[in-house]
Design a binder for this molecule. Structure first.
Ligand code: PMP
Length: 388
């Protein structure tokens, strides 16, 4: 086992050793982080639903009705009425025939990609796609072609060149997690049609966020019915846990039969399912929550830009503030923390060298006063470090 010590030492030498040095008390806009009261600008709880009283009540009620655990996989004895109700709700929300819930977004991507592609197939994947897509591609053993970020010109050339494969799958994040930018979906839909490929979109950061009803990227671009496989997670804006895939009846029946991460894992507990279900009700009942999110994102993005910061995204609640140098990014994050703002510094290898950034995420539940306090801290830290 010496190699473990050696590997850990090497990670430390290269400054990329990870540990759990951050402990939070909740996902509220203002919370305790490592014992210090902070404005939390790093949560994917975009709509603030993890704190919503209706979701909390739904979880409590579900536990009192169904107990704490599912006790089996969906296909054996862990399938409760509420699991099916959630899947029907997601299908309705996404405007698809059917939907399937996995235990996480990670498992949804892994299970779906490996079920759809094998050795005789080819996958085209954006270079900034999430790790769970990358791992799904690897595990599938399909030929994988990575195209430069959002570069549909290169993608088209790759599609033209790759003949002789059984199936072709194009897979992309809808909103990219580290950059907060949107995939060029209209063009991807065209290319998928033109070159007879299946398009799969990971809406982890778009579910509950983008589109008129918050239904995600397809709704945002007016492409409902055009994207064959829509994947997403219930762990971010939806305030719960779990992944989903929405699509045709055939696709979902196929995944129930072929997706190993669905078949061989115990179902999510009814309380988790109940929170997800309640979140979709809340989303519909209180459209103001989403409005607040977009207003807050606009306010913070505009404020930071006016101060002279470079922001990498234009329209999502992920607001990456470019710092460039890796050490300066960490100093920036530390300085912000000392000023009562928690937001993580992201460095290589997570992002390319020279593009280190502070990854700000905003929530619907941040008050104007909290955002102003955060902006003030950014101005102070940015000036101290010579970033602005
Ligand atoms: N896809 C993307 C784009 C993500 O950002 C994430 C979460 N970081 C996932 C998938 C995985 O989702 P989950 O956290 O529900 O496993």
């Amino acid at each position: 086992m010496e190699f473990i010590k050696e590997e850990l030492t090497s990670l430390k030498q290269y400054g990329i050793y990870r540990d759990l040095k951050t402990m939070v008390e909740s996902q509220a806009p203002r919370t305790m982080v490592n014992g210090k009261k902070c404005i939390l600008l790093s949560s994917n709880n975009y709509l603030g639903l993890t704190e919503h009283p209706d979701l909390i009540t739904a979880a409590r009620n579900a536990i009192s009705i169904w107990g704490t655990g599912a006790g089996g996989s969906r296909l054996i004895s862990g399938n409760f009425r509420i699991h099916e109700e959630l899947e029907e709700t997601i299908a309705h929300f996404k405007n698809t025939e059917s939907a399937i819930v996995f235990n996480s977004g990670y498992m949804a991507n892994m299970g779906t990609i490996t079920a759809l592609a094998g050795k005789e197939d080819i996958i085209f994947s954006d270079e900034l796609n999430h790790a769970s897509i990358i791992d799904g591609c690897r595990l599938s053993r399909a030929k994988t072609r990575i195209y430069p970020h959002k570069n549909t010109g290169v993608l088209e050339k790759l599609l033209q060149k790759s003949t002789g494969y059984r199936r072709r799958l194009i897979v992309t994040d809808g909103v990219f997690s580290m950059d907060g930018d949107l995939a060029p979906l209209p063009r991807l839909v065209d290319l998928a049609e033109k070159y007879n490929a299946v398009l799969m979109v990971d809406d982890a950061h778009a579910t509950g966020v983008l589109g008129r009803r918050g239904a995600g990227s397809a709704e945002h671009f007016g492409l409902e019915g055009k994207i064959t496989i829509q994947m997403g997670t219930l762990s971010k804006a939806i305030g719960s846990t779990g992944g989903y895939v929405a699509g045709s009846h055939d696709l979902i029946n196929y995944l129930r039969n072929k997706a190993r991460s669905f078949i061989f894992s115990t179902a999510l507990p009814p309380s988790v399912i109940a929170t997800g279900l309640e979140a979709f009700r809340v989303l519909q009942k209180y459209p103001r929550i989403r409005e607040n999110l977009h207003n807050n994102a606009f306010y913070l993005r505009t404020g930071l830009t006016q101060m002279g910061f470079t922001i990498l995204s234009e329209e999502s609640p992920i607001i990456p503030v470019l710092i460039g140098d890796a050490n300066k990014t960490i100093q920036m994050a530390q300085l912000l923390f000392s000023l009562g703002v928690f937001t993580p510094g992201i460095r290589p290898p997570t992002v390319p060298p020279g593009t280190s950034r502070v990854r700000v995420t905003v929530m619907a539940t941040h008050t104007r006063e909290e955002l102003d306090t955060a902006l003030h801290a950014f101005a102070q830290a940015g000036q101290t470090l010579g970033v602005i």
